[in-house]
Design a binder for this molecule. Structure first.
Ligand code: NAP
Length: 219
């Protein structure tokens, strides 16, 4: 597998399909949404399974898969995906998808658990959420810690990113306290909004014509 060779590793712990899309032509970072096309998932997943069987990946999984796409995959998978890495935070809690994954034994990994504040594809909607702000103030924790602790208490693994040493430490200090029951309940009633829409893959003239189509109605 090229990825192992490029990384100078004998194996990868977890190998994910990043998005349920394929590009026409060469793999490249810059592309037009009309270059996006359908994936032959049975063939791709068979190759992922082979990576695991050969020991090149300890586990294989997916990312940005909806309940429908997971159900389709499970229909033909010999090895079920270990993980589905998706957007999860208090403003987009993905309850339906998390329940589905839990029923099927697929671990949910939460990307952009702070809503990707300050990042090209993100927003400040999570760290500016009134409930998050109020809980952080009342508990003497940072807003980021409240979001990350919420994720951990939901049973997801939170994949947070920081280039700042202080914030890296802050983000680790979430394992020796808990959210109060009433605060968990308040967070569960936060209005929901998907923040990361994968717009680059959607075009009225492309394969995925709308958000609803790309996300199988989970928008
Ligand atoms: N599978 C996928 O399709 C997918 C999609 C999106 C993201 N991801 C991955 O998920 C990981 C995290 O996602 P993300 O970077 O989009 O979003 P994120 O972790 O929610 O947000 C990162 C942003 O939050 C800031 N930040 C981190 N800790 C903070 C704190 N304690 N207080 C205030 N701000 C804080 C960071 O700034 P500083 O660096 O300045 O601290 C950075 O601007 C990344 O590794 C990313 O590659 C995967």
């Amino acid at each position: 597998m090229n990825e192992c060779r490029t990384l100078g590793l004998e194996y990868i712990d977890l190998y994910l399909i990043h998005y349920p899309v394929r590009l026409k032509g060469e793999i490249r970072m810059v592309f037009a949404s009309d270059d996006v096309t359908t994936v032959d998932m049975p063939t791709v997943w068979e190759a992922m399974e082979k990576c695991q069987s050969l020991g090149l990946a300890k586990s294989v999984g997916v990312s940005n898969f909806t309940c429908k796409k997971l159900a389709d995959l499970l229909n033909h998978a010999r090895i079920p995906p270990a993980v589905n890495q998706v957007e999860v935070h208090p403003v987009w809690q993905q309850r339906k998808l998390r329940d589905f994954c839990s029923e099927k034994g697929i671990h949910v990994s939460a990307y952009s658990p702070l809503g990707a504040v300050g990042v090209l594809w993100g927003s400040n909607a999570v760290l500016e959420c009134e409930e998050v702000k109020r809980i952080a103030e009342s508990m003497g924790k940072s807003r980021a810690q409240v979001c990350l602790r919420w994720g951990v208490e939901q049973g997801v693994s939170v994949v947070v990113k920081s280039f700042n040493e202080e914030r890296l430490k802050e983000n680790m200090e979430i394992f020796d306290w808990r959210l109060k029951q009433e605060d968990q309940e308040r967070l569960s009633s936060v209005p929901q909004k998907r923040l990361i829409l994968a717009e680059a893959f959607i075009s009225p003239t492309g394969f995925y014509k709308s958000q609803a189509e790309f996300w199988d109605g989970e928008v």
